[in-house]
Structures are given as C-alpha cells and as structure tokens.
Design a protein around this ligand. Sequence first.
Ligand SMILES: Nc1ncnc2c1ncn2[C@@H]1O[C@H](COP(=O)(O)OP(=O)(O)O)[C@@H](O)[C@H]1O
Ligand SMILES: [Mg+2]
Length: 409
Amino acid sequence: MSKGLKRNQVLAGLDIGTTKVTCTIGSIGEDGINIIGVGHSPNTGMRQGVVVNIEAVSEAITKAKEEAELMAGVPMPAVWLAIGGAHIESFDSQGMVAIKNKEVSNEDMERVIEAAKAVRIANDRQVLHVLPKEFKIDSQEGINDPIGMSGVRLECSVHIVTGSNSAVQNAIRCADRAGLQVEGLVLEQLASALAVLSADEKNLGVTVVDMGGGTCDLITFAQGSVIHTNVIPVGGNNFTHDVAMGLRTTQNNAEVLKKKFGCALPDMVNEEDAMEVESVGGRQSRTISRKDLCEVLEARADETLKFIREDLEASDLMKELGSGIVLTGGASQLQGLVEMGDFVFDVPVRKGVPERTGGLTDVVKSPAYSTCVGLMKYGMTRQRETKSIAPIKGSVFSNWAHRIKELFG
Ligand SMILES: Nc1ncnc2c1ncn2[C@@H]1O[C@H](COP(=O)(O)OP(=O)(O)O)[C@@H](O)[C@H]1O
Ligand SMILES: [Mg+2]
C-alpha cells in the first residue's frame, strides 16, 4: 500500500470523454484498488476532448455519478479528473543545479525540477504535468533515482504537458455543476497507461494509444519514465462517419454496423457474410456484403495507424519500443485492428484493458474504462492522508459489493 494512505479510504476517477462520461469509485485495499462503484452515460457535449456544451456535459456527469454512487453506497469523493484531447501540447525541457551537500537530497530534486520547469508558457495555457525523464550527475547519464548519490552538479530532463486554460476550466466547471469537487488533473493517456501497463513494459519501452471517439492520445514510456506524449485528431467517430458516407446510411446505423460487423481486415471475414443496411430519406433498407463495410474501415484504420507510426518515427521512438504498442480506448475494440497494427508497426501490438484491480473487476474490464481505472491508480500514489476522505463503513461496502457481484454474474 502507498505511503500516507489508509485502508478503506475511497477515491474516484472521472473521465469526460468525447462520446461518454465514465466514473469509478474505489476503496483502497490490501493489494491495491477495489472498484466499488461504476457509472456511465453517453456524452454529446464534447468535440475532440473539448467541452462545447456545458449543460449537456454536466447532465451526463450527473447521471454517471448517481449510478456509481448507487452502486457503491457512498457519496462520490473528490475526483481525479482526466484531461485529454486536441488542446493538449507537450515539450521537453532541461534544468541544472549545484548539489548542496555533495549528496543529492529531496530538496535538490525539487530544485532541479523547478529549474527545468522555468520556461515561458503562453498565457492561455497551464502546466498539467512535469514528468522527469532522466537525471544526470556530473558526467554520469541515465540515472532514474539520484537520491543519495554523490556529485557536484545535478541535471534533469523533463517532459512538460500543458493544456488550454479554457478547456481545463470548462471541464472543471462541468464537474462542479454536477456537484463534484476536483482533487487533481491527470493527462488522459497517462491515466489509461497506468491501468493497462505492467512495470516491465514501462521499463522495456512501450507506447499506449488511447483510441477514443474524437482523438487518439499517445504516450511512450522507456526505462520506466514518460518520454513522449501526443494527440492525433482522428478517432472512432471518423470510422463511423466513413461508414455512413460509404454505405449511404445514418450515423446511428453506421455506428451499430461498425461495432457489430466491422473489421479492419476484410480478408478476415467470410465472402458470403451480408448485413441489412438502413437507407436515408425514407428509402427501403438494403442488403450489403460485410466485406464492403470492412473495406471502408480498412482504409481509415490503415491511415490512422500510419499517422501514429509517423508520429513515433518523427520522434525516433520506434527503436525504444521493446514491449511494442498497446491499443486501448473504445475504438481499439474494432476487430482486426491489432492484427493490422502488427503489420503496420512491425513491433508486437496488443489490446489493453484495466488490470490488477479488485472488486467489480468484470465491469471495468473493457478498454473504455482504462482511463477511469488509471485515474484512481494515479490518485492512490498521490493522495495524502492529510486530505479528509470519508471512510467507508465495512458493512455497507461488503453488502453492496456482494450484491453487485451477483448482478454482474
Ligand atoms: N466494438 C467496437 N468496435 C469498434 N469501435 C468501437 C467499439 N466499441 C466502441 N467503439 C468506438 O469507440 C469510440 C469511443 O471510444 P471511448 O474510448 O469509449 O470514448 P471517449 O472518446 O468518450 O473516451 C466510439 O467512436 C465508438 O464507436
Ligand atoms: Mg477517452
């Protein structure tokens, strides 16, 4: 258990996604987080991770919150809020300080990170994370944890992630209108990565791609540290739009067909498979070959994965990916995408779902919950005992957990 945390403390994650709001409530147990409440609601008030309709988003949050609270049997504590989407930017920076007492202390670490942070940020942006990549003492490079080491000069390179003030403030305002306090902000793909990766993968080098409705959000780890983040403004909604155009059907029908019959590799589906497609403008529905649907999806999937590869190549990161690439987020569920990824990236590709949690594990074992579960994992390492978090009464929790387990089989 992390320092400063008590067993049975509760914490919560809120993910305001482009297509849906999810929230989870967890309690801290012996081996990590037990999920005790999960809420979900479709969201129509966002575009590419940015709030465009406060009313609609607040309503979606309220619904998801109430569902999670009912399940957990406790009020939702202050939330760790995911921030992601097209407004996120990131860059690298360096700092250098003299080591005070010839041995690196916590204070030296704080000072060198402060020094690396001292760069001009545009007035309309705010820093979300300053993520240390590596430290250097005198001429020795590649140090991960310099505390206690001897030397004269401490250098640090960091990865700084910023978001647009208005996008961040609007997300907080929506949570506030739904009656939720915000405990802290976490980059969406960082949260997703924490839910789906093992420590080994982070050490060996891996990229997680959170494929949502509006954007693909990337994060790369090497030697345990974050070395790269980026956002590609293409997501599952583009796939749906292509299907609607290609098969001349409604967005709703295109979404259903994509999820039910879609595949990124037409060769994986049967020649004879056919499906009913709704027409627009009151015309009769038609029967279309499943292959036609998959060919539309193949083109978009190929383009999307190549955008991702180009981004990784531009930062010279392909050689760092000893553990390959992990696809998560709702849009990663498209059949055949992982197989296509193996081919496009030429490194191992796998699907990522939240791992290593207790409680309602079955409910959150979907790539659409990666961000929310990761938010709680992040929170668990950050939340201090000094913050007052209402403890759960053992009986209430165990009763509810038991009943919910029954409900979800
Ligand atoms: N089985 C599936 N096959 C293909 N796409 C899917 C599937 N399930 C969900 N999606 C797509 O995932 C996208 C939503 O991703 P998600 O990560 O849940 O959302 P958000 O962007 O709100 O975080 C939508 O475009 C949806 O169509
Ligand atoms: Mg998302």
